[in-house]
Write a new protein. Structure first.
Length: 441
């Protein structure tokens, strides 16, 4: 992965980014995933508040154009990324010591939502600049393989830390258990952010623009506009159901935090074997076909697996974890690479900023609308024999219907040397035959 023919500074950055990514992912897992949801439920969060807590980090992505504009004045992005990251993460000290703060019990959930919103604003600003920065450092012909490999490594680290957190949360009483986990997450974030100091920062290709130009320039590019339509639709479709998956595990399927960590571990181990594969496929065949295939599976096989699980029969959830790794190991890097590839290299930052802004707003609206719709779906609550259908399954079906249509929207996006989805599937099937899989015929 770290080819010796590359500049030593690039190799050093590629290696450090693996460690930085694992540490930051630990912080993100614990401040946006099951740990945060559990903390919220401990203080009595309702469905609308659960939808908000999952959505506000996405709304914070609307800071992308502002970050791009500031980068034009700063000249260098690395000091700006480090400053934004540190400030956004140090705010979590208020989350760690929430039980000791002079805040009424009924205001603690709104306080956490506000904390997530403010922290995410700074972190998302830095994330937009980071994407532009690493897009310049990693050679184009290696980008798919590297980010696929990085996603797998980060997933393994996330698996290990989630297992540790799940084990701890199930054995220590609340709220102390949540406080300790969040505190350790903060320490990981500070170490990870400090590693950026030794990342290579080349002379970035970027032009200075007015704030108005940064916001409007990407929309003048016909092909990038088509990509934005797909990306914003997809993000909204996903966030219709995403905020309710962990509550579904905890409240409907009666899973423990350890079991949720096992679900995460299965996904991470699977991702280790699939993300690099998808990266190589994308380098060879393009990102469009990968997105068409993976988004359809994410709306069909994965959601069906969630729905058919019951408290006494969790094997579909373990299977869904493997599917989760396969599809998100494809969608994440492919979406990122298609965004970079669809934007002009000489002036990429405004395009990445608009991508971040619009997908963030779309995800926020999807989550908020889902939070409002969820209570209205209570009428679907019904027993079918021994199976209990609830509003959770109904919101999953609604999301699935939208997810399965996303592949139509990525088709018009132009990509150099892109294969058709049917040709990619044919190639994969040929690979299975060569490996002697029994279902090859």
């Amino acid at each position: 992965m770290l080819d010796t023919s590359l500049d030593s500074r690039v190799r050093r950055t590629m290696l450090l980014s693996l460690f930085e990514g694992g540490l930051i992912q630990t912080f993100l897992n614990w401040t946006t995933g099951s740990v945060l949801i559990g903390y919220m439920l401990h203080y009595g969060a309702n469905p609308t508040e659960i939808g908000l807590i999952a959505s506000v980090p996405l709304l914070a992505q609307s800071s992308g154009p502002l970050a791009a504009w500031l980068a034009g004045f700063a000249g260098r992005v690395k000091p700006l990324i480090i400053s934004l990251g540190l400030f956004g993460r140090i705010l979590w000290v208020f989350g760690v010591f929430l039980p000791q703060l002079p805040i009424s019990e009924h205001l603690r959930v709104p306080f956490l939502i506000g904390l997530v919103a403010i922290s995410s604003f700074f972190q998302s600003s830095g994330g937009t600049l980071w994407a532009h920065w690493l897009g310049q450092v990693i050679p184009t012909e290696r980008r798919g393989r590297y980010f696929g490999f990085r996603t797998g490594v980060v997933g393994i680290v996330g698996m290990a830390t989630n297992l540790l957190a799940g084990w701890f949360l199930d054995r220590v009483a609340a709220p102390l258990n949540f406080q300790v986990v969040l505190g350790v997450g903060m320490l990981c974030a500070f170490v990870g952010t400090s590693l950026l100091i030794w990342h290579y920062e080349p002379r970035l290709e970027q032009n200075k623009h007015s704030f108005k130009d940064i916001v409007t320039l990407p929309f003048k590019d016909t092909n990038f506009r088509k990509f934005l339509i797909f990306a914003t639709y997809w993000q909204a479709a996903v966030l219709i159901s995403a905020p309710f998956l962990i509550p579904y595990f905890l409240e409907h399927l009666k899973m423990s935090f350890t079991q949720i960590a096992i679900w995460s571990a299965i996904a991470a181990v699977t991702a280790m074997f699939t993300t690099t594969f998808w990266g190589r496929m994308a380098d060879r065949m393009g990102n469009k076909a990968i997105l068409q295939i993976a988004t359809f599976i994410a709306g069909s096989v994965m959601v069906i697996s969630w729905i058919i699980a019951t408290p006494s029969n969790l094997w579909p959830i373990w299977f869904a974890a493997m599917v989760d790794a396969v599809v998100w190991g494809a969608i994440g890097p492919a979406m990122f690479n298609l965004a970079l590839g669809s934007a002009p290299k000489a002036d990429r930052l405004p395009y990445i900023a608009s991508f971040s802004m619009l997908t963030g707003i779309a995800g926020f609206l999807g989550g908020v609308i889902a939070g409002l719709i969820f209570p209205l779906l209570a009428f679907t609550d019904h027993m079918f024999g021994g199976y209990h259908w609830t509003a959770y399954q109904s919101i999953f079906v609604l999301s699935a219907l939208f997810r399965m249509q996303a592949w139509w929207l990525v088709r018009p996006v132009a990509e150099t040397n892109a294969w058709r989805a049917r040709d990619v599937l044919r190639q994969v099937r040929s690979g299975w035959r060569g490996m002697g899989f029994p279902w090859r015929s």
